[in-house]
Design a binder for this molecule. Structure first.
Ligand SMILES: [Fe+2]
Length: 200
């Protein structure tokens, strides 16, 4: 089924997006299929959809960008219900410890190897280590604020690439500042924004 997406310029979700390098891409039918599946599904079905999806059929190369300074966030698709963001990690790059602003987050590791470290707040509201896990290529993980906080690090001996699904889209989140040992609110940004447009 062909899906035509028009971009409502007054939408809160797109106001944010126009700040970024913007390019319209015509998509392969495979990534269109994933977005259509997610658009037509309940959030309860997202894990199953992602686990069942053949990510090897999608060429993510046009969406990649790389920086020696930090991992990059590259938006593939965003509407009122969810966003798909491709993260590109050079060796050793990592996030700060962060929350997810009450939203649900799925991470599918397309290529490479990551480490996820989980944290919680103790009785004194201090951040405390909970556990860590290695994430391997083609593994799906899930995170939200009920689970706690986490950080992700590229532990591969080279680049890693991960696809992040946030439902709903996350405009800002709490990030732990190591120097002050406190959480601070951060407005999230994209390094690239290539909204997908489907053709009839
Ligand atoms: Fe996260």
């Amino acid at each position: 089924m062909a899906l035509c997406k028009f971009i409502p310029i007054f939408s809160e979700y797109y106001k944010n997006c126009f700040k970024y390098p913007y390019k319209v891409l015509k998509t392969s039918e495979h990534i269109q299929k994933l977005i259509t599946l997610l658009s037509n599904a309940s959030i309860d079905d997202y894990s199953r959809i992602l686990n069942d999806f053949d990510f090897d059929s999608v060429d993510f190369e046009p969406f990649q960008s790389w920086s020696s300074q930090k991992y990059t966030r590259n938006c593939l698709y965003r509407d009122a219900n969810f966003e798909l963001i491709l993260l590109c990690w050079e060796k050793g790059q990592e996030t700060a410890v962060h929350g997810h602003n009450g939203e649900d987050c799925w991470v599918y590791l397309l290529d490479g190897e990551m480490e996820e470290v989980l944290f919680a707040l103790d009785d004194l509201d201090q951040l405390s280590y909970e556990s860590s896990q290695k994430i391997i290529s083609h593994q799906l993980t899930f995170m939200n604020d009920k689970i706690g906080f986490h950080k992700l690090k590229n532990t591969n001996q080279g680049r890693s690439i991960s696809l992040h699904l946030y439902a709903k889209p996350i405009e800002r989140c709490h990030v732990f500042d190591e120097s002050s040992r406190q959480f601070k609110e951060r407005v999230l940004t994209f390094d690239t924004f290539k909204q997908l447009v489907f053709e009839d």
